[in-house]
Design a protein around this ligand. Structure first.
Ligand SMILES: [Zn+2]
Length: 159
């Protein structure tokens, strides 16, 4: 009985022939392709089925495999649970950037209500940008583990 992703990895290492999954040593993606939510292996295939992240019903819909090179976009069950850490980091970075902008350009001060305006604007900004952040987090997370990406054996690598 396999219980988690780690056990599954160990199972794969021990019991599967190396030819059952094809490891891919070379990657052609750039940091720009991460920002564009393209495949972290080939840099060309789209990670999401729908282009517009604000089409909320389909924000996180992803194809199982890259339609250009064929890598599996979900290397382990529950792979994308870790994107919460990336999303948190991005939100903190954005909050820091916005407090610096507010301080430099709008005269953020403790003597008036400007701090409350900043808190409200920052919260609104974080909510509005959430669909983009969710996609970007998945893209960064997948890029972070790009050396683990495989083309399943029943699928020929296309590129
Ligand atoms: Zn690809």
């Amino acid at each position: 009985m396999l219980r988690g992703a780690t056990e599954l990895c160990i199972y794969k290492q021990r019991f599967m022939e190396p030819s059952q999954n094809i490891a891919i040593p070379e990657h052609n993606s750039s940091f720009l392709s991460v920002l564009q939510c393209k495949c972290p292996h080939c840099g060309k295939g789209k990670m999401f089925t729908h282009t517009n992240p604000y089409n909320l019903k389909y924000t996180l819909d992803m194809p199982k495999y890259c339609n250009v090179c064929g890598v599996d976009f979900e290397p382990e069950p529950g792979f994308y649970f870790g994107t919460g850490y990336v999303s948190y980091g991005l939100s903190i970075a954005l909050t820091f950037a916005s407090i610096i902008v507010a301080f430099l350009f709008f005269g953020l001060s403790l003597k008036d209500n400007s701090l409350y305006y900043w808190i409200a604007s920052n919260a609104a900004l974080l909510i509005l940008i959430q669909p983009v952040m969710m996609r970007l987090s998945r893209s960064i997370w997948l890029w972070f583990f790009k050396h683990k990406l495989m083309v399943p054996a029943n699928k020929e690598p296309l590129a």
